[in-house]
Design a protein around this ligand. Structure first.
Ligand code: SAH
Ligand code: SF4
Length: 385
């Protein structure tokens, strides 16, 4: 069987090299060629012996996901749609800002959690992505951007696991992918700049803390169990009290001294000032104070099947003020990439890509954003459709 080398973290690649009868340090060379230089052909890896290159050609390949389409927004946001086979597609979104470049990537085709306000959840679960498929989104985006911007240095500084899927329900494939992102011989991202977002898989939060403690965002959406259960069905299994304890435990190992809570603002459902006050009390009683958390309010991106609508700006503002006045650091996420449907939860249903193939698109979303400064130069704009 041909191995896809994108599936391996450095340790996995070292074991692979050993099985081929090669020294482990060859893995570092290979790893750097693949992830730092973006090479996918063994013949390009000129400092590897010809005999090794031939051996590799016989049993391995660097096989990224196929890109179905690419769109650039007027605000510089770029989204890619990747084919994952069997009519499924996943998306990654690049969000340029003045001081960083963030890539939002997917962990599953579909999602089994089934949150009421999420179009991925409405469409159900297809399958877990392999770690190679998760890494592939970063591999492609980073090297595409470098080539087309004519830059040698790193462009993507932050990764958020906030695309399609529940990353902690694909734990075995997630962790090697995170290790590739963090490895200095690959992308060298800081643990503070890689964020896993979860709807509250409590046992896996603890394991993540042991195995690969990156930054954590928790999709809360409600301050009490009755309301949260109606929005995030996983709450029946892991109720808020357990979730909060897991968050506080995670703080011991977290690369930042806070946990981010995401709260999707749904008109008339979870957006009253009384619920904001209840949220303050929940956060205070769980952590003993309000310094251990941040709240990120996300304006809901509506889709027909949800039967839900976005809270008005005034309601978001009022909710935010209750939190801020109590001393909770609160941000309201700005929507990016609206014109190319790259904002949270905007893409759903069947679309026809440029090759005429009908692909099922699940929800994809952009990550948090700020004022746009680091706009993508014209050279890139000419390359994308
Ligand atoms: N499954 C993980 C990560 C992917 S979803 C999780 O739930 O955290 C990432 C974020 O997108 C979540 O906070 C979710 O609340 C938000 N989201 C999902 N659908 C949305 C929509 N239609 N509008 C706005 N945000 C949405
Ligand atoms: Fe899955 Fe996250 Fe969507 Fe919920 S919000 S259905 S956990 S992707």
């Amino acid at each position: 069987m041909t191995a896809n080398l994108l599936d391996y973290d450095l340790e996995g690649l070292a074991l692979f090299c050993e099985r081929l009868g090669e020294k482990r340090f060859r893995a570092v060379q290979l790893f750097r060629w693949i992830h730092q230089k973006g090479a996918s052909e063994f013949d390009a890896m000129t400092d590897l012996a010809k005999s090794l290159r031939e051996k590799l050609k016989g049993c391995a390949q660097v096989q990224p996901l196929r890109v179905l389409s690419q769109h650039e927004s007027a605000d510089g946001t770029i989204k890619w749609l990747f084919d994952v086979g069997a009519g499924d597609a996943v998306e990654a979104v690049f969000i340029p800002e003045s001081d960083r470049g963030t890539l939002c990537i997917s962990s599953q085709a579909g999602c089994a959690v089934g949150c009421r306000f999420c179009s991925t959840g409405h469409q159900g679960f297809s399958r877990n992505l392999t770690s190679g498929e998760i890494v592939s989104q970063l591999w492609f985006a980073e090297h595409f951007l470098r080539r087309h911007l004519g830059r040698d240095e790193r462009i993507i500084s932050n990764v958020v696991m906030m695309g399609m899927g529940e990353p902690l329900q694909n734990y075995a494939e997630l962790v090697p992918a995170l290790k590739v992102m963090l490895d200095d011989h690959a992308y060298g991202l800081s643990r503070r700049r890689v964020t896993v977002s979860t709807s509250g898989m409590v046992p896996m939060m603890d394991r993540l803390g042991q195995d690969c403690p990156v930054a954590l965002a928790v999709s809360l959406h409600a301050p009490n169990d009755a309301l949260r259960e109606s929005l995030v069905p996983l709450n029946k299994k892991y109720p808020i009290a357990e979730l909060m304890q897991a968050c506080v435990r995670y703080l011991d190992v977290a690369p930042r001294d806070f946990i981010t809570f995401e709260y999707c603002m749904l008109d008339g459902v979870n957006d009253t000032p009384a619920l904001a006050a209840e949220l303050v009390e929940l956060l205070r009683s769980s952590g003993g104070n309000l310094h251990w958390c941040k709240v990120n309010l996300i304006p809901f991106n509506p889709f027909a099947a949800s039967g839900l609508t976005r809270s008005s700006n005034a309601r978001v503002q009022a909710f935010s003020e209750v939190l801020s006045r109590a001393g909770v650091v609160t941000t309201v996420r700005k929507t990016r990439g609206d014109d190319i449907a790259a904002a949270c939860g905007q893409l759903a249903g069947d679309v026809q890509d440029r090759t005429g193939v009908v692909v099922r698109i699940h929800k994809q979303r952009s990550a948090e954003s700020a004022a746009l400064a680091g706009a993508v130069p014209g050279a890139l704009a000419a390359e994308v459709h």
